[in-house]
Design a protein around this ligand. Sequence first.
Ligand code: ATR
Length: 276
Amino acid sequence: MSNSDKYAVFGNPIKQSKSPVIHAAFAEQCAQDMQYRAVRVELDAFERSVRNFFEGGGAGLNITVPFKQQAFALADECSQRAQRAGAVNTLYLTDEGQLYGDNTDGVGLVRDMVANLGWTLQGQRILVLGAGGAVRGVLEPLLREKPRSLTIVNRTAEKARELVAEFAELGAIDGGGYELLADRQFDLVVNATSASLSGEMPDLPGSLLTARSCCYDMVYGAEPTVFMRWAALNTAWAVADGLGMLVEQAAESFYRWRRVRPATGPVINQLRQALA
Ligand code: ATR
């Protein structure tokens, strides 16, 4: 048995997870002695599995679908962004032995858009599609970038309005149903619905893009999603998928655990090539 520090991602299903590949690449790049496994946790065994992992000397966990809210409930202490998200994707023990929860999804999205893609968020009109867990996780980091406005639209309009009420103190935010989009234009459109996963997309008027609009789908794959194809067809200035966000959220978790920041560009390229 190796003495290297033990990390894992807990989820169900987990086979599709790219986190082991990403963290192995970071560990090699930063010369960190660590191992990282993907673990499929039974739906009723999450809390027990987390406790066993840390009691057995585990150093840190990533948490993915469907356990992020349970991880939030389990943590003794959480970062402010995890509290806002109501969800945790990163767990570790503090020096005092407390179980600490963080959520790195939103900062991953913002870093990918700003640092990797060179997009500007400050002063921009942002549109977010969807109002599920994925949106809740990214609203605070997006609002911290000081956009001119942030609009959330959702098929179930009430859910968008609830998020607007909850995050209103953080910035200029509005939202509701898709009918809000008539006659409005946006500089940045983020698709955070799960529609792309089933090859669907919300019904969007092409008129909401300008020649300078950027479009981001939080989903990624070998092929552009329906939303990305729609964006290209409606002459968006730039279009991206969520692969960079995936690597950036992992990099932030890695930094929390190891206090070393890996270079993400080579790892994004590596994953992109493996997808092709
Ligand atoms: P996640 O954790 O990925 O956010 P979720 O909490 O199940 O998953 O949320 C899925 C989001 O995608 C919701 O905002 C959902 O809209 P509803 O709240 O109206 O269900 C949205 N969504 C899923 N399929 C969609 C579709 N075909 N068109 C528009 N929105 C869709």
